[in-house]
Design a protein around this ligand. Structure first.
Ligand SMILES: Cc1ncc(COP(=O)(O)O)c(C=O)c1O
Length: 383
């Protein structure tokens, strides 16, 4: 089966060329049905819906994410977003010298950087671009919150080397898989990371509000998060006054879950499981290789890695006046985005075709050659 055969399951693809899967992937039509299921349960089952599945959603949905990232059942829980998931991780530790260092790459996603910068007692070490993260990890390092695929340049990181060094000195790795899960194969057990986090708006096609947290099973019962709530209690419906942590990964939960978001997200995960991340990756490599080739032929500066083995799902390219090119592309129904340092970002998914790639590359070259970008200069884009 050719992968673009799945296109008709994503209504928006009939209206535009969507190459923005590193930011917001297309919605599967089934997400709308799942949201209707949620509304029906609320309307007809009312309070009984909690016992009929709603209360357990952070773990049942977490298990589905687990299947996609190689995590065993009972090791993933759902949160609203990556920020909250990492805040729960951070809350497990005392930031006391001599082990209070947080080491991460300069290109880390800002929300993660902000979280650790704001942590009282943390000594943050930022590793400059191009330098190996593992070289900055030592006995003073508590946590290494790093990305699997860098969000700006789509470069795949040498996670094995980071984990090896971290474990050698007793530090723990929190791997942000937002830019890999669903596009680049992730196996958290094989990578031997201590925690992994991600969300669902991008390659997982699951929409906003469905972040996830994996905790290495061997660590679960040794940790006691201080960002905690009644879903993390051993007996939440006993309404006891004193905290007793739930056994297992439930202890990493907080309060009432985001039920509608979790309903919607499973529609995306279902398609990802059906298509398979390995097949998606093969298709993605074909399309991103083609894009790289076409941009290079056109004389543009490709800022994502040229080696497919090191490139995630996105190609980044610096054209002249790329902000204006981006605005003109949007008017022509080609949806992508840009980042100030790296230029345009184009991230095809399993439902994109080679024809769309050629069309987008042609249009970009034409916009640059004819100066069609000029009328957009000075107007700012937010996403
Ligand atoms: C690598 C990475 N981490 C985190 C985020 C976002 O974090 P949050 O889910 O807290 O909004 C993004 C993008 O939105 C990202 O690309």
């Amino acid at each position: 089966m050719r992968l673009p055969a799945h296109r008709d399951r994503f209504p928006i693809l009939a209206d535009c060329v969507s190459l923005i899967n590193h930011s917001l992937a297309a919605m599967p039509a089934t997400a709308e049905e799942r949201l209707a299921d949620y509304a029906r349960a609320w309307k007809t089952r009312g309070i009984r819906a909690w016992a009929e599945g709603w209360w357990d959603l952070p773990q049942t949905v977490g298990d589905q994410v687990g299947r996609i990232i190689g995590a065993p059942p009972g090791s993933v829980v759902m949160h609203q977003n990556v920020t909250v998931a990492e805040a729960v991780v951070l809350s497990c530790f005392d930031l006391q010298p001599p082990r209070n260092r947080i080491v991460y790459e300069e290109g880390n996603f800002p929300t993660v950087r902000y979280l650790y910068q704001a942590a009282r007692g943390a000594e943050v070490v930022v590793v400059p671009e191009g330098e190996p993260l593992q070289d900055a990890i030592d006995e003073r390092t508590l946590l290494v919150p790093c990305q699997h695929v860098l969000f700006k340049t789509s470069e795949i990181q040498d996670v094995e080397a980071v984990v090896r060094r971290a474990h050698e000195v007793g530090a723990l790795v929190v791997l942000d898989c937002y830019q890999s899960a669903g596009s680049v194969p992730v196996d958290v057990r094989e990578l031997d990371v201590d925690f992994a986090v991600g969300g669902s708006v991008k390659w997982l096609c699951g929409g906003p509000g469905a972040g996830w947290l994996y905790v290495r099973p061997e660590l679960v019962e040794r940790l006691e998060p201080t960002l905690v709530g009644w879903q993390a209690h051993a007996r939440p419906f006993a309404f006891e006054g004193e905290l007793e942590y739930a056994p297992g990964v439930a202890r990493f939960l907080t309060g009432t879950p985001n039920v509608p978001a979790l309903y919607a997200a499973t529609a995306g995960y279902d398609v990802i499981e059906e298509v398979g991340v390995e097949r998606t990756r093969e298709h993605s490599i074909r399309l991103t290789e083609l894009l790289t080739e076409l941009f290079t032929e056109a004389g543009f500066d490709v800022t994502s890695p040229s080696d497919s083995a090191r490139r995630g799902g996105t190609v980044t390219v610096r054209t002249p006046a790329f902000e204006g090119v981006h605005a003109e592309l949007a008017e022509r129904g080609i949806v992508c985005d840009f980042r100030p340092e790296t230029g345009l970002r184009l991230g095809p998914h399993f439902y994109n075709s080679e024809d769309e790639i050629r069309y987008a590359a042609d249009q970009i070259a034409e916009i640059v050659t004819t100066g069609a970008f000029e009328r957009h200069l000075g107007s700012a884009a937010r996403f």
